[in-house]
Design a binder for this molecule. Structure first.
Ligand SMILES: Nc1ncnc2c1ncn2[C@@H]1O[C@H](COP(=O)(O)OP(=O)(O)OP(=O)(O)O)[C@@H](O)[C@H]1O
Length: 316
């Protein structure tokens, strides 16, 4: 029976049973939009229905988990600005009308409570669920940093990481319609549990223009591709520095590397964010520029518009 299912769908199929002419298929439609899930159902019905002896096909789609799209923000390397981008994208997406929640899954350096100005706030638990904290910027947040003392989670192994991550993703997010997940750098336990338990609808990958960061970003992209997570696109952060004193422009991490890498990898290039003192200072102060209309805020709004279009396309 399984042989009747085309290779590109077989990864989504969790079980196939055949009894008395009835084929029952359980498939994973988690993170899919409504039309993609309906199409998956139709294709499975057609392919398996064509097998000799099959009189009826029953398809059960597991879609109950992420009823809201999840966009992960990842990087291959640490310190390239993934958390800064996540916070700024979140507030810019909220400005564009989305009801956004941020999951800070960076166990090695949870920084969303600082970036979104909810530092020191402990989420309350209601029933079995953690209730996401409201930030002053109109986005909700749950962070590994709210669960454990700074630095304590570093020794965690796979299952502990998976449990903690589920507590955050499956928390009480109210009417949030989009989750952004700030992943730790690399391709470790958090990424694997995320892919296994809460398949993202898309991934944004951040890199600096530097060759080393780009090589690492390529590894992160490979992981998402293997797991069949669509890549929303690549963002080049810390691109070009304008000296606030003399006005001279320089490129501490090189120029245009991420755009070139996106072309080579056949991925959308979402845009650049300059290396700017104002971005660092405002972000550290819990006032992400993406929430406002400043020149730097506009970079994040332009990126958010593309993420918004991606999410809306997935829902239609
Ligand atoms: N475009 C930018 N201009 C200036 N500073 C930036 C910019 N992007 C990020 N930074 C600063 O660089 C540092 C690292 O950024 P951030 O914490 O967002 O990176 P990360 O990739 O999430 O790192 P980590 O590996 O710790 O998770 C922070 O101090 C941040 O304020």
């Amino acid at each position: 029976m399984r042989q009747a299912i085309p290779a590109e769908l077989s990864d989504l199929v969790r079980s196939v049973k055949f009894d008395g002419g009835v084929a029952t298929i359980i498939a994973d439609a988690g993170g899919m939009g409504r039309s993609a899930a309906a199409q998956l159902q139709r294709e499975l019905e057609q392919d398996v229905g064509a097998v000799e002896g099959v009189e009826e096909v029953r398809v059960a789609l597991m879609a109950d988990k992420p009823s809201r799209p999840i966009i992960v923000v990842g990087s291959g390397k640490g310190g390239v600005g993934k958390s800064t981008l996540t916070a700024n994208l979140a507030v810019a997406l909220a400005k564009l009308g989305h009801k956004v929640g941020v999951v800070d899954a960076d166990i090695y350096g949870p920084s969303q409570p600082t970036l979104l100005d909810v530092q020191g706030e402990r989420p309350r638990a209601e029933g079995q669920k953690l209730v996401a904290t409201d930030s002053p910027h109109g986005v909700k947040v749950l962070s590994m940093g709210q669960l454990v003392e700074p630095g304590r989670a570093i020794a965690w192994r796979g299952p502990m990481v998976g449990n903690a991550l589920s507590q955050l993703v499956d928390g009480d997010w109210g009417d949030t319609d989009l989750l952004l997940v700030d992943l730790p750098p690399g391709t470790g336990d958090v990424q694997l549990s995320m892919l296994k338990n809460n398949k993202p609808s898309g991934a944004v990958v951040v890199s600096t223009p530097q060759d080393l960061a780009l090589i690492d970003a390529t590894r992160a992209i490979d992981l998402f591709r293997q797991a069949k997570v669509p890549i929303v696109g690549l963002v080049e952060n810390m691109a070009g520095y304008l000296c606030p004193h003399c006005g001279e422009a320089s490129d501490p991490f090189g120029q245009g590397g991420a755009r070139k890498a996106a072309e080579e990898l056949d991925l959308p290039f979402l845009g650049q964010v300059p290396l700017a003192m104002e971005i660092r200072a405002a972000s550290d102060a819990g006032d992400p520029p993406g929430a406002g209309d400043s020149e730097h805020g506009q970079h994040f709004v332009a990126l958010a518009a593309q993420v918004s279009a991606f999410v809306k396309a997935g829902k239609s």
